[in-house]
Write a protein that binds this ligand. Structure first.
Ligand code: PLP
Length: 419
């Protein structure tokens, strides 16, 4: 038995019982009728901070079981997900121009991205629903993550990826044994195809924006962040949290976790959210700066994980940033590649381009006066740099080729070390 009270439509507020088989509100439809899982927070408060998990020394996202929609904990997959390290890096703070900087290394999850938090919940919900196959469409990480967790849960998986997905991510899918369709088209087209195929064949659909449970996994990053700052950093909470934004599920999940820690009394003041997009794909920035309406955009950026021209969790994400009093900002691919390098050279965290985008966003936001120089900021490195070595080498340059002679070593310059 979970602490879930009900599900509510984020647009009309209509509520549905905790065990509803619905994914979206029938009155508001798939675009606006995303459901939100609501808990009995009075009951949760009696078991938080996660007493049982602390007593047992459990260091994974499952320590927050009271805040997760899990009905059958016996189905939890054995992989260790979450409780990723949170570092405070003075040198990265210096590179960005803020007073203090936290970086949470989500690349340390089992399949090397933040998406594992969502997939972990997804496979449990699929099994609870009696599904025999789980499906998703993904720019890469949701797919590789689902493939890994499906393997851990012994659940067959079907995955749709756009043909531009980086090779390392596709390799993960194949190695974990998923059925993989490389769709000759964009991510948006792969997404539509997955929706249709899931409906036609009765597969469980992991797509985050329409499945209300996935975001519950994503929010655990904020639950951890708050607990880690209390434990490791004397409760010096950030003024700003920067998150790279594609579909918008991640930033909406981050916000939900923060709001819950605020409701439960662990976080005295909610931080502002900085949503970061790539210059070549910025539907949220456009909407935020204008009428708040979604205009599908082109998806032209090397940060493949945020190359989403038609965001599927538009309302939740826009609302989260507005409620926080935050902002959206866009950064160039070059700024992303620069951030990829200086983050590795200061904090020694190696991010894929989409993970580095939010870091570039903090620097840009300081330069434009959105974030003050006396601010404490936090960033999520959402994916490991080894996921996309092509971009990493584009960012860092090639090694110096030499003959195997000592004279060649002493006569040449060393690696670039500037930040
Ligand atoms: C998916 C992803 C994001 C963005 O998450 P959305 O929910 O699509 O906004 C950011 N970084 C990485 C590495 C991702 O895989």
């Amino acid at each position: 038995m979970s602490y879930v009270k009900q599900l509510a439509c984020i647009t009309c507020g209509q509520t549905f019982p905790a065990d509803t088989p619905l994914f979206t509100c029938p009155s508001c439809g798939i675009e606006d009728g995303v459901l939100d899982v609501q808990y009995d927070y009075d009951a949760v408060a009696r078991v938080m901070p996660p007493h049982e998990a602390r007593a047992s020394g459990l260091r994974s996202m499952w320590r927050y079981l009271p805040l997760l929609p899990i009905e059958q904990p016996a189905l939890l997959p054995p992989l260790s997900v979450g409780w990723t390290p949170l570092y405070n890096s003075a040198s990265l703070a210096g590179a960005l121009g803020v007073k203090s900087l936290y970086i949470k290394d989500e690349g340390r999850n089992p399949t090397a991205s933040f998406k594992d938090r969502a997939s972990a919940v997804g496979v449990v919900k699929a099994k609870e629903a009696g599904a025999t196959r789980i499906a998703c469409a993904s720019t890469g990480n949701a797919a590789s993550s689902l493939a890994g967790f499906a393997a851990a849960a012994a659940l067959p998986a079907t995955i749709f990826v756009p043909e531009r997905a980086p090779e390392a991510k596709v390799a993960q899918l194949l190695v974990y044994g998923a059925q993989v369709f490389s769709v000759e088209g964009s991510y948006d087209e792969a997404w539509e195809l997955c929706q249709k195929a899931s409906a036609a064949f009765g597969w469980y659909n992991r797509n985050c924006a329409v499945n209300p449970y996935l975001i519950e996994g994503k929010k655990t990053v904020s639950l951890e962040l708050v607990e880690q700052i209390i434990e490791q950093y004397d409760g010096r909470f950030p003024d700003w949290i920067a998150v790279s934004v594609g579909d918008g599920c991640t930033i909406a999940g981050v916000w939900k976790g923060l709001v819950e820690m605020h409701i439960l009394g662990f976080l005295p003041k909610l931080p502002k959210l900085l949503g970061v997009q790539a210059d070549g794909c910025q539907p949220f920035c456009r909407a935020f700066a204008t009428d708040g309406k979604l205009t599908p955009a082109s998806a032209d950026t090397l940060a493949d994980s945020i190359a989403v021209g038609y965001p599927r969790n538009f309302q939740k994400a826009l609302r989260a940033v507005r409620q926080s009093g935050g902002a959206f900002i866009a950064v160039t691919d070059q700024a992303i590649l620069d951030a990829l390098c200086y983050t590795a050279r200061t904090a020694a965290v190696f991010s894929e381009p989409a993970g580095a985008a939010c870091i570039a966003g903090v620097r840009a936001a300081v330069a434009s006066g959105i974030i003050g120089q006396d601010a404490i900021a936090a960033v999520l490195s959402t994916g490991n740099g080894l996921k996309d070595t092509k971009s990493a080498i584009l960012a860092a340059g090639e090694p110096t080729r030499i003959p195997p002679r000592l004279s060649a070593v002493s006569h040449r310059e060393g690696a670039k070390t500037d930040v």
